[in-house]
Ligand binder design. Structure first.
Ligand code: BG6
Length: 474
C-alpha cells in the first residue's frame, strides 16, 4: 500500500493569529509535514499576521521551535513571511497587501477569537485582498449558542459566499472518521443491518485524560456540551446515522448530515459531571481558579434520531476530561440473535462493530464463535481485529494529522469535511435546548474523581436502560 501525494496548486495561505497556540501546535506543523511530503508546490507561501511586533525572522524562529529540529526545515521556513497587523483597525493592512502576491489560490485562516471574524472579514474585503476564488477558514468555537452562531454566519455571509467559507471541525479530518464512511458505503455487509431492526444501540465515547490547563477562561464559559458535544460528537453521530448520500460530494454529504441533526429528539436523559481531585490531580475548580464553578467537564446523554431508520434506537454519547484513558470510540452494538439454538446456558452474545478513532486507529468486529476444544458447545466472542498499524504496516504511520488533510482540502476547494452554516446552526439549536433545560433546573454537575470513568449518574443512565457502557480503556 503506497499513499499518494498529489501536489496542490500554488497557493498563498494567510494565517491570522499566527503567533497563537493553534498556529504553533497544529497549523504550522501540519504545513511542514505537507511540505516534507512534497505536496506544497514550489511557489506556495504562508504569511503570518498577528498583533505581536515580530518580524519575519522572529516568526520563522517561532515556527522552527514549534516544529522541532528537522532536515530540510530551512527550505520550508523560507516560504514564511510575517506582518504585524491590527485586526480591528487599519494598521498593517497595506503591508499585508504588499506581502501578498498573485497566487492561483489565496486562503485566509482565521485562527482567532470568533469576535474577530467579522472585523477581519470586512477588512480582507475592504483592502482588496479577496476575490470570488478566495477562501476563508474559521475555527471553532463557532459561537456560543444559536444566536451568536447566526450572527457569525451573517457577518461572514456579508463578505463571502458559502462556498468560500470553511468551518473546521477537526474530527472530520481524522482518518478513522473518514473510514467510517468508507466502511458504511463501500461494503455490502453493513448497510442492510444499519438500522433499528438490527442495531440495539450505539455508543460514542470521546474520553480525554487532559484537564483544561491553559484554556481555563474559554473552557469555563463553554463546558463539555459546547466544547465537544455540539461539534465533534454531533458530527460523529451524523456520519453514523446519515442516509447514504448519492455521491461523496460536499453538498450531498452535508445535506444528509443536516437531516440527521434536524431529526434529533431532545436528549431523553442527560448527565453532567465535573472532575474533582483524584489520582494526584487537582479538581476542576482549582484548575480554573473558581471553586464555585458549575461548568461541566463531562456529559453523557441519550439521544434518538426520529426517523424510519433509527426510531427507538438509543445513541449514547459520552465525553469528558480527566478520565482514566484517552480513547475515542464509536461502537455499533447489534441486537441479540432472535433465538438461541444453543440454549440459555450459552448466554447472550452480540456482534459489536467498534471503531477506534484514537489512539490505535482501527476497527474491531466482535463475532461469536465456538470456544475451541472439547467440553460442549461453549460460545465465545472474539474480535476480528483491523488495527491499522498492524494491518497496513508502514502505510499506517503515514496517516496525516487531521489539520494536514483539512488545510489541503481548503486549497483543493473541497468542502466535504467542513461544516456548512445551516448545519452548525441546527447543531446549536439542539444543544441550546438541552442547556436551557438544565439551566432551568439549576442543578450543579455531579463530581467524579479525576482519573476515573466519570460520574455515577452516567452508569445509572445505562442501568436504567439495562445496558452498560463499554470500558473507556477499550
Ligand atoms: C477541541 C476541544 O476541539 O478538541 C478540546 O476544544 C479537546 O477541549 C480537543 O481537548 C480534543 O481533540 P483531540 O483531537 O485531541 O481528540
Amino acid at each position: 500500500m503506497v499513499s499518494r501525494v498529489i501536489p496542490v496548486d500554488p497557493f498563498e495561505l494567510v494565517i491570522f493569529g499566527a503567533t497563537g497556540d493553534l498556529a504553533r501546535k497544529k497549523i504550522l506543523p501540519a504545513l511542514w509535514r505537507r511540505f516534507r511530503a512534497g505536496q506544497m508546490p514550489e511557489a506556495a507561501r504562508v504569511i503570518g499576521a498577528a498583533r505581536s511586533e515580530l518580524d519575519t525572522d522572529g516568526w520563522r524562529r517561532m515556527a522552527a521551535e514549534a516544529i522541532g529540529p528537522a532536515q530540510g526545515l530551512e527550505d520550508f521556513l523560507s516560504r514564511l513571511d510575517y506582518v504585524t497587523l491590527d485586526a480591528t483597525g487599519d494598521d498593517g493592512w497595506s503591508a499585508l497587501r504588499q506581502a501578498c502576491g498573485t497566487p492561483a489560490i489565496r486562503a485566509f485562516y482565521f485562527s482567532v477569537a470568533p469576535s474577530l471574524f467579522a472585523p477581519l472579514a470586512e477588512r480582507v474585503r475592504a483592502h482588496g485582498l479577496a476575490d470570488a476564488g478566495t477562501r476563508v477558514v474559521v475555527e471553532k468555537p463557532f459561537g456560543n449558542d444559536l444566536a451568536s452562531a447566526r450572527a457569525l454566519n451573517a457577518a461572514l455571509a456579508a463578505q463571502f459566499a458559502e462556498d468560500q467559507i470553511y468551518r473546521i471541525d477537526h474530527y472530520l479530518g481524522k482518518e478513522t472518521v473518514q473510514n467510517l464512511m468508507a466502511v458504511r458505503f463501500g461494503n455490502m455487509l453493513f448497510e442492510p443491518l444499519w438500522n433499528a431492526q438490527y442495531v440495539d444501540h450505539i455508543q460514542i465515547t470521546v474520553a480525554e485524560t487532559l484537564g483544561v490547563a491553559g484554556r481555563a477562561d474559554y473552557y469555563d464559559r463553554a463546558g463539555a456540551m459546547r466544547d465537544m458535544v455540539q461539534n465533534h460528537l454531533m458530527q460523529l453521530l451524523c456520519l453514523i446515522a446519515m442516509e447514504p448520500p448519492a455521491r461523496f460530494e460536499p453538498g450531498a454529504v452535508r445535506d444528509e448530515k443536516l437531516k440527521v441533526i434536524r431529526a434529533l429528539e431532545p436528549p431523553r436523559w442527560l448527565v453532567r459531571g465535573q472532575y474533582a481531585s483524584g489520582a494526584g490531580m487537582d479538581a476542576y475548580g482549582t484548575d480554573v481558579g473558581d471553586a464555585a464553578s458549575a461548568t461541566e467537564t463531562f456529559v453523557a446523554l441519550r439521544a434518538e434520531v426520529g426517523n424510519w431508520r433509527w426510531v427507538g434506537t438509543p445513541f449514547y454519547l459520552r465525553t469528558g476530561k480527566r478520565l482514566s484513558a484517552r480513547s475515542s470510540e464509536i461502537a455499533v452494538v447489534f441486537k441479540d440473535t432472535p433465538h438461541s439454538i444453543f440454549g440459555i446456558d450459552a448466554g447472550a452474545h452480540r456482534n459489536i462493530l467498534a471503531i477506534q478513532l484514537q489512539p490505535n486507529e482501527g476497527m474491531k468486529l466482535w463475532v461469536t464463535i465456538k470456544e475451541p476444544g472439547p467440553g460442549g458447545m461453549r460460545l465465545l466472542d472474539v474480535p476480528l481485529d483491523m488495527t491499522f498499524a498492524e494491518t497496513l504496516g508502514p502505510a499506517a504511520e503515514a496517516i496525516p494529522d487531521a489539520y494536514e488533510r483539512l488545510i489541503m482540502d481548503v486549497i483543493r476547494g473541497n468542502q466535504t469535511l467542513f461544516m456548512r452554516g445551516d448545519e452548525v446552526e441546527a447543531a446549536w439549536a439542539w444543544t441550546d435546548a438541552a442547556i436551557t433545560e438544565w439551566e432551568r433546573g439549576g442543578e450543579r454537575p455531579e463530581l467524579y474523581p479525576a482519573g476515573g470513568d466519570g460520574p455515577r449518574g452516567a452508569e445509572r443512565m445505562m442501568a436504567r436502560d439495562q445496558r452498560l457502557w463499554r470500558d473507556i480503556a477499550g
